[in-house]
Design a protein around this ligand. Structure first.
Ligand code: THU
Length: 160
């Protein structure tokens, strides 16, 4: 028997003051993009912003539906926006944040499994790491160096 351990390294910043100006700006864009969220059912407003290599920033929020399984996560919405507006753009960083009417979110929330898989496809496709910044409504900021680090033992197109 052999055992392997797959690890994830997370950098933790106690406040936005510790971030680089670019990261601070992107996180602020994500926070402002809460207005793009449509979440009347969960009241859990997730927003995501991406910084592209052409310096453009795009944002999106989750889009809910009365038929719950049709809800779209914020990450999916912003990725689709990138694919349609700048199909060949590389995403340097994605910032994801959340506001909830139900409770104070003082810790980062992390993308759901489906979003991780979708983000991984984009990361592999662009051939370069996409950094991820996570923050709740307040509290610490987590930085991950790539999508891959969020999805150890991942499934990807190399086996097909
Ligand atoms: N949600 C996202 O937008 N991103 C995630 O990664 C997790 C969940 C949304 C979906 C739904 O509108 C609400 O959060 C509650 O699950």
């Amino acid at each position: 028997m052999k055992e392997i351990t797959l690890g994830t390294t997370i950098k933790i910043y106690e406040s936005v003051d510790e971030l680089s100006p670019n990261d601070r700006k992107l996180l602020l864009e994500a926070k402002n993009a809460v207005t793009k969220s449509y979440a009347p059912y969960s009241n859990f407003k997730v927003s995501a912003s991406v910084l592209l290599h052409n310096d453009k920033i795009l944002s999106g929020g989750n889009q809910e539906n009365a038929s719950f399984p049709l809800c779209l996560c914020a990450e999916m919405v912003v990725m689709s926006t990138v694919a349609s507006k700048y199909p060949n753009a590389k995403i340097l960083t994605m910032a994801i944040t959340v506001q909830s009417k139900n409770k104070d979110i003082d810790m980062p929330i992390s993308p759901c499994g489906a979003c991780r898989q979708t983000l991984l496809e984009y990361e592999n496709r662009q051939g370069q790491a996409m950094r991820i910044l996570l923050q709740g409504d307040k509290g610490p900021i987590y930085e991950l160096e790539s999508v891959k680090s969020l999805l150890p033992l991942s499934f990807d197109g190399s086996v097909l």
